[in-house]
Design a binder for this molecule. Structure first.
Ligand code: S3P
Length: 188
């Protein structure tokens, strides 16, 4: 686990970012169970707003439209408290989003070894960006392109390459507690 020094976060939500299949939804579900908080997913909020599935949004209106829905979903959470928020893998790529994410609370980057990620991704056909001739190369290219944005946005980094959902959730909670304790200490 890595803890970043910078930038106070006014909100008390836990915000999970990271690549497709880094374990955000599973961790969010487990964190909600452990903390009795509610969890939401910006992918689900975007799909609900459109009345379509994510593959349908990409197919009918393109990625840019999905990114607009995703940012609108993020903005709609601005006044929320005590939520666990899972996000889509590309959420850090829009210039406005990192500040919106960090204002919501503690931003936790879930990261996993690319081989493990690909093994999880390849069992699932629902990710429009990976419907290419060489999904492994596409995934590597997306990872490389986004890595700096993920790291700049995160307050805490947690590795999800190994460990059951409950173990990963405990790692996240430990990182978030350290983050909020530090915030509190700085306020005094
Ligand atoms: C995307 C990741 C997906 C979803 C959409 C685009 C991406 O979410 O938002 O297919 O750009 O990486 P998950 O990270 O939950 O798979």
């Amino acid at each position: 686990m890595h803890l970043s020094d910078s930038n106070a976060a006014p909100g008390d939500n836990l915000v999970l970012i990271g690549q497709m299949w880094s374990g955000k939804s599973s961790a969010a579900r487990e964190l909600a169970r452990l903390t009795s908080r509610r969890w939401v997913d910006t992918d689900k909020l975007a799909a609900q707003a459109a009345g379509r599935t994510i593959p349908e949004i990409f197919a009918e209106h393109g990625e840019e439209h999905f990114r607009e829905l995703e940012t609108a979903a993020l903005r709609s959470l601005r006044d929320e408290r005590r939520l666990i928020i899972a996000t889509g893998g590309g959420i850090v790529t829009r210039p406005d989003n990192p500040a919106l994410l960090r204002a919501l609370g503690c931003v936790i980057l879930l990261s996993a070894a690319p081989d493990v990620l690909f093994a999880r991704v390849s069992r699932n056909q629902q990710r429009p960006l990976l419907q290419t001739a060489n999904p492994r190369a596409t995934l590597d290219e997306i990872l490389a392109r986004r890595q700096a944005d993920y790291i700049a946005c995160a307050h805490v980094i947690v590795d999800t390459t190994t460990g059951a959902h409950a173990v990963v959730a405990e790692r996240i909670l430990a990182g978030a507690k350290q983050f909020f304790a530090k915030q509190e200490a700085l306020r005094r």
